[in-house]
Design a protein around this ligand. Sequence first.
Ligand code: FMN
Length: 205
Amino acid sequence: MTNAVIETILSRRSTKYYDATATLSDEQIRELVRIGTTAPTSFHMQNWRFIAVRSAEAKARLSPIAWHQPAVTEAAVTFIVCGQLADSSVIPQRLAPVVEAGIMPERLIPDWEIPARDLYADYPQRQRDEAVRTGAIGATTMIYVARSWGLGSTPMIGFDADAVHKEFGLAENEIPVLLLSIGAERPGNWAQKPRRPISEILDFV
Ligand SMILES: Cc1cc2nc3c(=O)[nH]c(=O)nc-3n(C[C@H](O)[C@H](O)[C@H](O)COP(=O)(O)O)c2cc1C
């Protein structure tokens, strides 16, 4: 069975060659993040932030601390995808619009906040794991938004996290989860690579 969404998923590949002359407008970049952040997050914390590195000046600051990967300078934009350490105290504020929209009754807010506090408050590793999960799921969704618009994308772990943290003024509670370049491609990119067989990676129980 196929459809447009599946075709988008199956035709995505990690882009190596970008059209360095192609740009994205601030409005297109906003849309990428707006649609991408409809991705789910634990307790609806939305513990992410995105820094759109798209000016020549900002690209020049990122490039040397990202292994001089060509995507940083050639893609229209490279997002520094930040995950924020899970913190249950943000939950009432994050759920307020959900109550406002008539989706959730206000009285249920403590039913989310209290278990989240129990889950995260005394567990720094779990706070950090959640930041990484959140950033990864948000970035993944943006990858497919980009593909659906005919744009290439490259998730990248090839960067110096401490240097990026410092250079781009990330907060104490923020982790640069990955870099995500997005932009128009130029010819020559490889097709999506074959994956491991399902028999190796799927267990039915
Ligand atoms: C977490 C993560 C980190 C990656 N880091 C880099 C990177 O630093 N540089 C790069 O060129 N590609 C990077 N990639 C892309 C992978 O090499 C690519 O997804 C993989 O080879 C499969 O290729 P395909 O997606 O085109 O099929 C990364 C991908 C992921 C998911």
